[in-house]
Design a protein around this ligand. Structure first.
Ligand SMILES: NC(=O)c1ccc[n+]([C@@H]2O[C@H](COP(=O)([O-])OP(=O)(O)OC[C@H]3O[C@@H](n4cnc5c(N)ncnc54)[C@H](OP(=O)(O)O)[C@@H]3O)[C@@H](O)[C@H]2O)c1
Length: 216
């Protein structure tokens, strides 16, 4: 499958590397078409890898992973444009973290709204699926590295077919065994509001390698 990945940070690199290893044709997008981190990534992986702008990544992909700083997510999508996003499966991994008052960050949107919903509202033609924002970048694509993969992941979004496409990537591709479909994109509220506790646990446990397991 042709897949675009917007983001050159830990998450973009982790997702893009795994997707190439799975045999997908992946373009990593950044603000600049010659972004150094994207160039380094494209040169290091063996497989179908390329780089471009955020818009180039969106043009390339049937599925587009959004892995950029939450505060700039809407600006990045504005640079891509509504036409390119129309009909696309847009996988939103972002968190609305506000570091303007230092650590720990606060959430710039919460309670009765979320970044996932704002993205869906701004780009009604896109089929937004929120997932993977609740855990560390390394675990996203290698759940088996923790407790033999016996832990939980969440997914939400308004478009059932888009969720099914992403579910296949998560389970058959990344190896997730327990993916819980929470419902529509409004459920992004809970997924994003988990972040303050996640950040506290990171400090307390001294490692980002942990996750939730929903026992039932
Ligand atoms: N790190 C994790 O383990 C983790 C886990 C779960 C969720 N997340 C979420 O995933 C997202 C990505 O996190 P990350 O740690 O990989 O990297 P990050 O540093 O949060 O984001 C890097 C990306 O943001 C873009 N960016 C930065 N400033 C920008 C601006 N002014 N305008 C437009 N784009 C800008 C960068 O663009 P350029 O490429 O052009 O520099 C880069 O592609 C975040 O929303 C984060 O909250 C992270």
């Amino acid at each position: 499958m042709k897949i675009g990945v917007c983001g050159t940070g830990m998450v973009g690199k982790s997702i893009a590397t795994k997707l190439v290893a799975l045999g997908h044709d992946v373009k990593m997008g950044a603000r600049s078409a010659t972004n150094e981190k994207a160039a380094e990534w494209a040169g290091a992986v063996s497989g179908d890898s390329s780089q471009g702008t955020f818009a180039d990544a969106a043009d390339h992909g049937e599925v587009l992973f959004l892995c950029v700083k939450g505060e700039h997510a809407l600006a990045v999508l504005e640079s891509v444009g509504a036409d390119r996003l129309s009909g696309s499966v847009l996988v939103d991994l972002t968190n609305p973290l506000d570091f303007s008052n230092g650590m720990p960050p606060t959430l710039s949107v919460c309670n009765d709204d979320s970044l996932g919903e704002r993205i869906q509202a701004a780009y009604s033609g896109a089929r937004v699926v929120k997932t993977l924002n609740t855990l560390n970048a390394d675990l996203m694509v290698d759940p088996g590295a923790l407790a033999d993969g016996d832990h939980s992941l969440f997914i939400c979004g308004d478009d059932t077919a888009a969720k099914a496409t992403v579910m296949t990537i998560l389970t058959e591709g990344f190896g997730w065994k327990d993916v819980i479909d929470l419902g529509g994109i409004a459920q992004a509220r809970g997924l994003e509001m988990w972040l303050p506790l996640w950040i506290r646990l990171w400090g307390t446990l001294g490692s980002p390698s942990f996750n939730l397991k929903i026992v039932r």
